[in-house]
Structures are given as structure tokens and as C-alpha cells.
Ligand binder design. Structure first.
Ligand code: IMP
Ligand code: MG
Length: 173
């Protein structure tokens, strides 16, 4: 690891917050099945930890999208790299994201999935950079709001590296 990485949110703080969100989702969906949709690859670590803390029935599916254009500024044009395996019709969908930056990717994604007629659809994100928001998106559960800094770890990468860090860190370029 050549880059210097400063801890922004510790593993302990992340886990405590995920437990709170998991409990909130469990209360809200008691007696119903929650269908978690992971947006790959960044959302994978968060979704696994979240799923373990939900006490009502959970089903899971995975989707991979890429936004055209540069990596650091998403354009809002998204391409499906891997679509869901199952239909979401009539399901209580929660989209699980690593981070919401401009919100463009999520806006296009939620509009696309809404057309598939889920019973309901919410968004749960590990991180949010509200200062960077361009597209108007409705986020039901946010673990942490963070300042406009480039972060890695807990699923988030810099050039495909550092996803496996157990904390959220800032790369000191
Ligand atoms: P948006 O469409 O601008 O909201 O793009 C969000 C996506 O950009 C996330 O799913 C990440 O893949 C990526 N991203 C945004 N900010 C960061 C960051 O600080 N670290 C790592 N990836 C980021
Ligand atoms: Mg993402």
C-alpha cells in the first residue's frame, strides 16, 4: 500500500451505525420480507453486514452498473453490466449503496427499477456526500454524511484497491 490513508470512520463506529439502521429496517418491515439489492462492487461489504442485522426475512440480489465517462464524475448515463437475477415485482426493495456522490447514478437506477413494479422501494447508503449532490434522490437510510473528500475502504475503492480495508479512510494524495 503506497498511498497514505487516514482513518475517517473506524470499524467500530461503522458497525454500531449499521446495527442501528438494521434495527430500524427490522422494525419497519416486521412480518414482511425485505429484498436487498446490492449495487456492486462497492455495496457488497455494507450489504452483507446490514443483512446480518435485519431480523425479518431477507432476500438478496445483485446488480452492477457503470456510468459512462470519467471515473471521478459520473455522467448519469448508466450501462447495466449485470442485471438482477430475479424479478422485483411486488417486493419490498431496498437498494444498498456504498456512497452517494452526485446522485446521478442512483437517480437513473431508481427510475429504471421503479418501472419493474416493486411493492415499495427505498435507498440505504453507507455514505453520503451531500455537498456534491446534483440529482434529486430520496434516501431513506444514511449511515454517515461525510465531507467532500475521496474515501476508500469498506467496499469503496481507489483504482480497484482498498475495498478490503475494514474502516473508511481518506487517501492523502
Ligand atoms: P454518483 O452517481 O456521482 O452519485 O456516483 C456514485 C459512485 O461514485 C459511487 O457508487 C462510487 O462508485 C463512486 N464514488 C463517489 N465518491 C467516491 C469516493 O469518495 N470514493 C470511492 N468511490 C466514490
Ligand atoms: Mg456505487
Amino acid at each position: 500500500m503506497q498511498d497514505k490513508i487516514r482513518v475517517l470512520i473506524s470499524e467500530k463506529d461503522i458497525e454500531r451505525k449499521i446495527s442501528e439502521i438494521g434495527a430500524e429496517i427490522s422494525r419497519k418491515y416486521t412480518g414482511r420480507t425485505v429484498h436487498l439489492i446490492c449495487v456492486l462492487k462497492g455495496g457488497a461489504f455494507f450489504m452483507c453486514e446490514l443483512a446480518k442485522r435485519i431480523t425479518t426475512d431477507v432476500s438478496m440480489d445483485f446488480m452492477s452498473v457503470s456510468s459512462y465517462g470519467s471515473e471521478t464524475a459520473s455522467s448519469g448515463n448508466i450501462k447495466i453490466i449485470k442485471d438482477l437475477d430475479e424479478s422485483i415485482e411486488g417486493k419490498n426493495v431496498i437498494i444498498v449503496e456504498d456512497i452517494i456522490d452526485s446522485g446521478r447514478t442512483l437517480k437513473v437506477l431508481t427510475e429504471m427499477l421503479q418501472q419493474r413494479n416493486p411493492a415499495c422501494m427505498e435507498v440505504c447508503t453507507l455514505l453520503d456526500k451531500p455537498d456534491r449532490r446534483v440529482a434529486d434522490v430520496d434516501v431513506s437510510y444514511t449511515c454517515f454524511n461525510i465531507p467532500d473528500e475521496f474515501v476508500v475502504g469498506y467496499g469503496l475503492d481507489y483504482d480497484q484497491k482498498y475495498r478490503n480495508l475494514p474502516f473508511i479512510g481518506v487517501v492523502e494524495f
